[in-house]
Design a protein around this ligand. Structure first.
Ligand code: TRP
Length: 481
């Protein structure tokens, strides 16, 4: 491929961008609520096993494919495996498009909360549950100009614009530069918030829930949730890291970069939990109620604002505003990576103009997100899909449906990728690619570990789990065992 595809300036640029992709709503929004629903510390243990046993090898494999082929997700599979395997790349690119479509909606909520807490009077609301319900539904009254500007449609739209502006600037000037500012800022805000939350009354009860595992809580659902979350959080299984890996220089070490990215992402998820649970337990103590933390997706949008409002108007604005700014930074570094995947496809494999494709794709994906946006109460049919899940009275909404389908396709994608490496491209070629920038690799234990996990553990375990996850989603777990 020609030189003008773009490159990261070096290993640090690549690591920051890939870690920026990984660290996102998955860490700060999803991880704490999943941990809250799945017994706290047990979930953490399951998650860590998934990351190191399955995800790390898949990550190394993805980056190696991208760097070896020096092309987008489709082009890379096609180049190394033939046209048929290119289909796997297309599958990933489509998954990325759908992830971005709903991800941008949730990012829009966070952006709206940031504005409304910092500059508006959100914290003066008495009832945060009903406020959130009305807020996510806030598309229905877009007739007056003032209202339009305050709607989710606008917040999401702005978020997609920001994403497109950054991606249109290219790899070094856009993606790398944005990550170099936002990633350090994110860590600083996160650490500040943790220190604050640990000083609150009853904080230690939250820490205990989060860190002391009770294995009696371990259920098969916990394993499914942990695995899907690990793939989502590390941005694996759909060619995002193939794309970023293709911009990595031959002199940069792949296995070490992947280790830093995995640790950075896992540490942010861990730290987000360490920030959220003391806050949640502080609130439980203050209100004298239990189980505040188990309520699922609205956790950071309902429970946290309630806590910020308890802090009083000034402090609440500062702490709450910083928190949602943190969420926006994390989300933005992820949305740019999601947009880059289809953009790279059209630029590399279809020889289209980069800037033009950035804007077209951003527009199309924004429109694809509209049903998700309107599925939170505005349109009844989308709010309770008649076909999903097939079993169970509680019908799901369109946004959760798309999110679930994407989660599943990441695990399936990771499984097929490991089959691709071990049965088609051949593991030796992956090792050769890694060795270019790592002389000690050929005799290392890591090489044996990766051979074993990519050839056997990943295809088998991910294959079985993919099937179980699909069965569980559509037919319900109770009917399975
Ligand atoms: N990992 C990001 C998060 O945790 C989301 C994300 C960005 C992603 N790029 C991806 C998920 C590619 C899957 C695949 O929020």
């Amino acid at each position: 491929m020609s030189e003008n595809r773009g490159n990261f300036s070096g290993r640090i640029g690549f690591i920051l961008a890939a870690a920026g992709s990984a660290v996102g709503l998955g860490n700060i929004w999803k991880f704490p609520y999943l941990a809250g629903q799945n017994g706290g510390a047990v979930f953490l243990v399951v998650y860590l096993v998934c990351v190191f046993l399955l995800c790390y090898p898949v990550m190394v494999g993805e980056i190696a494919i991208g760097r070896a082929a020096n092309s987008d997700a489709y082009g890379s599979y096609k180049k190394l495996g033939g046209k048929g395997w290119g289909a796997l790349g297309i599958f990933g690119i489509l998954a990325g498009i759908f992830i971005l479509s709903f991800y941008n909606v949730v990012a829009g909520w966070a952006f709206g909360y940031f504005l409304k807490i910092s500059f508006g009077d959100l914290l003066a609301q008495g009832e945060f549950g009903s406020f959130f319900g009305a807020f996510v539904n806030d598309l229905s009254n877009i007739d007056s100009a003032g209202k339009l500007f305050n709607s989710n449609l606008m917040y999401s739209f702005c978020f997609m614009m920001l994403t497109a502006i950054i991606v249109s600037q290219g790899i070094q000037k856009g993606i790398e530069a944005a990550n170099k500012i936002m990633m350090p800022a994110l860590y600083v805000i996160l650490i500040g918030l943790i220190i604050y939350s640990l000083t609150l009354p009853n904080a230690m009860s939250g820490v205990k829930f989060y860190l002391v595992p009770d294995f009696g809580e371990l259920r098969i659902q916990t394993v499914f949730d942990g695995l899907k979350q690990a793939f989502f959080s590390l941005s694996l299984g759909m060619g995002c890291l193939i794309t970023y890996g293709s911009y990595l220089k031959k002199s940069d070490n792949i296995t070490r970069s992947a280790a830093v990215i995995s640790i950075a992402d896992t540490s942010v998820a861990f730290l987000a939990g360490l920030m959220v649970f003391p806050l949640v337990h502080f609130l439980q103590y203050k209100l004298g109620v239990a189980n505040v933390g188990t309520q699922g997706p609205p956790l950071i949008f309902i429970v946290l604002p309630q806590i910020f409002s308890e802090m009083g108007p000034v402090l609440g604005r500062i702490v709450g505003g910083s928190f949602f700014l943190l969420v926006c930074f994390a989300a933005l570094t992820s949305t740019i990576s999601l947009l880059e995947v289809p953009v790279a496809y059209f630029v590399d494999s279809r020889k289209m103009n980069r800037t033009k494709m950035v804007w077209i794709l951003a527009g199309v994906i924004f429109i694809l997100g509209l049903p998700s946006m309107m599925s939170q109460g505005m349109i009844e049919l989308l709010n309770k899909l008649p076909f999903y899940p097939l079993i169970g009275e509680q019908k799901g909404d369109f946004l959760s449906f798309v999110a679930d389908m994407c989660d599943i396709s990441l695990v399936v994608g990771g499984c097929l990728m490991s089959i691709f490496i071990s049965r088609r491209w051949k593991i030796k070629n992956m090792h050769d690619e890694i060795e270019i920038s790592d002389k000690g690799y050929s005799t290392s234990f890591l090489k044996k570990y990766l051979t074993f996990t990519i050839s056997y553990i990943a295809p088998v375990l991910l294959g079985v789990l993919s099937i179980l996850v699909i069965l569980e989603k559509f037919f319900g777990l109770a009917n399975l065992i």
